[in-house]
Write a protein that binds this ligand. Structure first.
Ligand code: MF3
Ligand code: CO
Ligand code: CO
Length: 258
């Protein structure tokens, strides 16, 4: 049997706002460190320190055995890249940083793909299209609409741009747990799947590949790479369904979504 969809109370939504705001601030903070010569371990260690100093806990650390506090996914890494001292950012790289602090028992999950120095035009286009995919997915969220509407909007746009939509990882319900029902695929068909209800809280986090959608996972059990070794980008927000639409919990200061 499927676990039931969790509907958050107004008090719980306020807790999610606080966790989401913390996640947004952490991602902004780490983004300011991104530059050629910085290792992904330095980003991780700063995240751990920053999170602890605010009385929060790093959700990824120890989650199903994940060894670090954030995920850092560079170039052909689709997601779940493990920070390491040996991995030093190079001019021209793209890096997704995915953070999930737990504040007072609630998870805020958000990620962004950053450009390292001078990035080629084709990679920039990938990053721009991926952000647009997140926006198009968000625009489908309102009571009465369905999970499949998000995936359909994202898949249609990404594939029209010549890109592959990752199937193996999906958005997810979130709240007092990291990953809950419903699953939110970034591909699919309109009018299909669960209907959205006010108070549902979940993430949208499209992973878009320059080439094929297929991925493979390294022997470390985590690092997911594109099968063709072309680049992949991702953006993620945590949101709650409202009376008329949605509210993003992890919006960064100055970030706008029309
Ligand atoms: N933050 C990721 C997500 O968006 C999950 C990372 S799981 C970890 O769902 F174990 F790798 F941290
Ligand atoms: Co997530
Ligand atoms: Co995440």
């Amino acid at each position: 049997m499927r676990e039931p969809i969790i509907i958050l109370s107004e008090q719980e939504i306020e807790k999610m706002r606080q966790a989401g705001r913390l996640a947004a601030e952490l991602l902004h903070h780490l983004g300011q460190m991104v530059a050629p010569g910085v290792s992904t371990l330095e980003l991780n260690d700063e995240a751990e320190k920053w999170t602890k100093a605010r009385g929060a806990v790093s959700g990824p650390l120890g989650y199903h055995g994940f060894p670090k506090s954030i995920c850092t996914s560079v170039n052909e890494v689709v997601c779940h890249g493990i920070p390491s001292a040996a991995q030093v950012l190079q001019d021209g790289d793209i890096i997704n940083i995915d953070v999930t602090p737990i504040l007072d028992g609630f998870y805020g999950d958000t990620s962004k793909t950053f450009l390292v120095g001078n990035v080629d035009a084709e990679s920039k286009r990938l990053v721009d299209v991926t952000l647009e995919c997140l926006k198009l997915g968000l625009a489908e969220v309102a009571p009465g609409k369905r999970v499949g509407d998000i995936g359909a909007a994202i898949q249609q746009y990404a594939e029209a741009q010549g890109y592959g939509v990752v199937r193996d990882f999906v958005g997810h319900g979130i709240g007092r747990v990291f990953h809950a029902e419903p699953q939110i695929p970034h591909y699919g068909r309109r009018g299909r799947g669960q209907r959205f209800q006010k108070g549902m809280c979940f993430t949208i986090e499209p992973m878009i590949n320059q080439g094929v959608w297929q991925i493979e996972v390294l022997d470390d059990g985590w690092t997911a790479l594109t099968q063709d070794k072309k680049r992949s980008a991702q953006f993620e927000h945590t949101l709650v369904v409202t009376e008329n639409g949605y509210e993003i919990m992890t919006l960064r200061e100055g970030e706008t979504f029309e």
